[in-house]
Unconditional design. Sequence first.
Length: 224
Amino acid sequence: MILDNIRQIRYRIAAAAKRAGRDPNSVTLIAVTKYAKLEQVLELLDSGEVREVAENRVQDAQARKDALGGKSREAAWRLIGHLQSNKAKKALETFDAIDSLDSLNLAEALDKSLAGTGRKLPVLLQVKLSERETQSGLPPEAVGEFLKSLEAFTNLQARGLMAIAPNLEPVEAVRPHFKRMKELFDRNFSGVAGAQLSLGMSRDFEIAVEEGATHVRVGTSIFS
């Protein structure tokens, strides 16, 4: 069932990429395992179809990795939820990348925890697209200045941007937000090798691909 779902999602990604004149292989599928059962995650990893997974919380990801044992090493783990500075060290023990960097305090905490390890942490800056107070992220207009400040933290590697679209109806209404993110991405990461623009979830990933996303984060459509 999961394998069939993944293949259907990849078909839709490829179709969206072709509509936009893009190479389907330029889009990476990230499986969001937040609500998945352990046996579903095992089936996902056994399929070999997805090599990047994401979780919203440090403790949930660590518990899942512990349950998976050595199997967890078959995927790269990305944090896509809000991270408090006091949990930076624990996050570094759990995740291969942080896709939700949204403050200099967090950047400092991560950088300090990495000091002396020789490890360079890939990070994405989370941009806030919603007016909801519960939504984390940097205001779009603050991204450029934030990137300049980030240069002081030599153990972090800014790879791109991540955003969560507002829950609008019809879903097509998210397109202007994705367009703005692509413009912001091009302005700040043009010419950066391997730069990443993480946009789109189960309900809107096709629009995200059409608008230039390099990574899409899908959970419900894989595991339901």
